[in-house]
Design a binder for this molecule. Structure first.
Ligand code: HGY
Ligand code: MN
Ligand code: MN
Length: 416
């Protein structure tokens, strides 16, 4: 097998045009995207992606979680395919590149191999995993989690959104429940290109992140129960204010994360108070605490202290507390051989690079359980993501995709 030459590069303009065209689907209100999973916009984005893949000569498979697999044949049909991909769903105030770059970067590899009439030994499969974000149906990385055997399909189908709609019903409604058994596919390797979603690469002036590890994540949903009562006529000592309890707990979340500086992080992005009426003291508060660290023992310590501190706060102001773990995964170490393929590609292409621990969760974190896996990262402006102002440069997109291209093709075996 040949090693890809430095002249093996993708068409950066075509990639950028595809990114901008996909960004037209499910537009946000501030220039980004709101293409949440299993919405009509998601269905539209899926259809566009399928049309592009079929135009590039791929055959499309879809599994029972709606995961999409666009296959380009190799010379050896029995060889396990090299998979490459990410996710097309976005946050409600998402950017144009989170996930999408990894899916359309994979498609650009197929398009470039076609242009150069290059055959690989192993087939290559470009993948779109359903519901990576976990914003509409918790947890994040739901469908790649079912694929990797972490969650059962029935449990995933029963997950509901804020309107009480179930994952399974919504998947059927948009017509993207495929026939394939989830997880039946065997992978030779899996590569995911993703924007960093943090400030390190840009501040270090590096083009490429060689992702050696992914930090672990804990999503703990906390329900505080007090008593609805009148905000005007209820004397202060008689109040059982669930929102006050939540505020004090969130202050403790900040303290707990900072006590494990510099790597641990903590916050709550999902917050609900009931009945959420201007003149009713909230009798119930429901929120999800998101703790992360590269060190599992730190995550466990933060979870334990959250419960201890919450109980003390509740005792002091007459609340009850319930805890439910609604998502999480242990810190991830990616496959040495795949990571080396990424690093060698960056070096061969003369791109500045550095080792990186992924701050965000990705489908690759679950797929790493069932196949040799690695990630490529490119910088993003100010490290900003999960914000409609998320931005990358066409040059960063092309550099990341070229590294992905070389790592995938080297692993798939390029024929002379
Ligand atoms: O939550 C995460 O890290 C990912 O963006 N779903
Ligand atoms: Mn993502
Ligand atoms: Mn995301």
């Amino acid at each position: 097998m040949a090693t890809p030459g430095a002249n093996l590069t993708i068409d950066g303009q075509r990639l950028w045009d595809s990114l901008m065209q996909m960004a037209q689907i499910g537009p946000g209100v501030a220039g980004g995207n709101n293409r949440q999973t299993l919405t009509d916009a998601d269905a539209e984005g899926r259809a566009l992606f399928q049309s592009w893949c079929e135009a590039a000569g791929c055959t499309m498979g879809v599994d029972q979680m709606g995961n999409m697999f666009a296959r380009r044949e190799g010379s050896d049909p029995d060889a396990l395919p090299v998979y490459v991909g990410s996710h097309l769903d976005t946050q409600p105030t998402g950017g144009k590149f989170d996930g999408v770059l990894g899916v359309l970067g994979g498609l650009e590899i197929i398009r470039s191999l076609n242009d150069m009439n290059i055959r690989t030994r192993h087939p290559i499969v470009v993948t779109n995993f359903t519901n990576e974000e976990g914003t509409r149906f918790a947890p994040a990385m739901l469908a790649s989690g079912v694929f990797a055997g972490i969650h059962t399909q029935d449990w995933a189908y029963a997950r509901t959104d804020a309107q009480g709609k179930s994952f399974g019903d919504e998947l059927d409604r948009i017509g993207w429940r495929g026939e394939e058994e989830v997880g039946a596919r065997q992978m030779h390797a899996f590569f995911e290109l993703h924007i960093e979603q943090g400030p390190i690469l840009e501040s270090e002036g590096r083009d490429i992140g060689v992702v050696t590890h992914g930090q672990g994540l804990s999503w703990m949903q906390v329900t505080l129960t007090g008593k609805d009562s009148h905000t005007g006529s209820t004397p202060m000592p008689m109040r059982r204010n669930a929102a006050l309890g939540m505020a004090r707990v969130l202050e403790k979340v900040e303290e707990i994360a900072l006590s494990h500086a510099p790597h641990a992080v903590g916050a709550a992005g999902h917050i609900e108070v009931y009945p959420n009426s201007r003149n009713v003291i909230p009798g119930r508060a429901v929120f999800t605490v998101d703790f992360r660290s590269p060190d599992l023992s730190v995550i466990q310590d933060m979870e334990a202290r959250l419960q201890t501190e919450t109980m003390a706060i509740c005792d002091a102001i007459g609340l009850e507390a319930e805890f439910e773990k609604v998502g999480g995964f242990d810190p991830v170490t990616f496959d040495e051989t795949c990571v080396s393929a990424v690093r060698n590609a960056a070096e061969r292409l003369g791109l500045s690079h550095m080792n990186l621990i992924s701050g965000a969760g990705h489908d690759a974190c679950w797929i790493n359980r069932v196949a040799p896996t690695a990630m490529v990262m490119c910088p993003c402006v100010d490290g900003l993501s999960h914000n409609e102002a998320e931005e990358i440069s066409p040059e960063w997109a092309a550099a990341g995709t070229n590294v992905l291209f070389h790592a995938v093709v080297e692993t798939a075996g390029i024929l002379e």
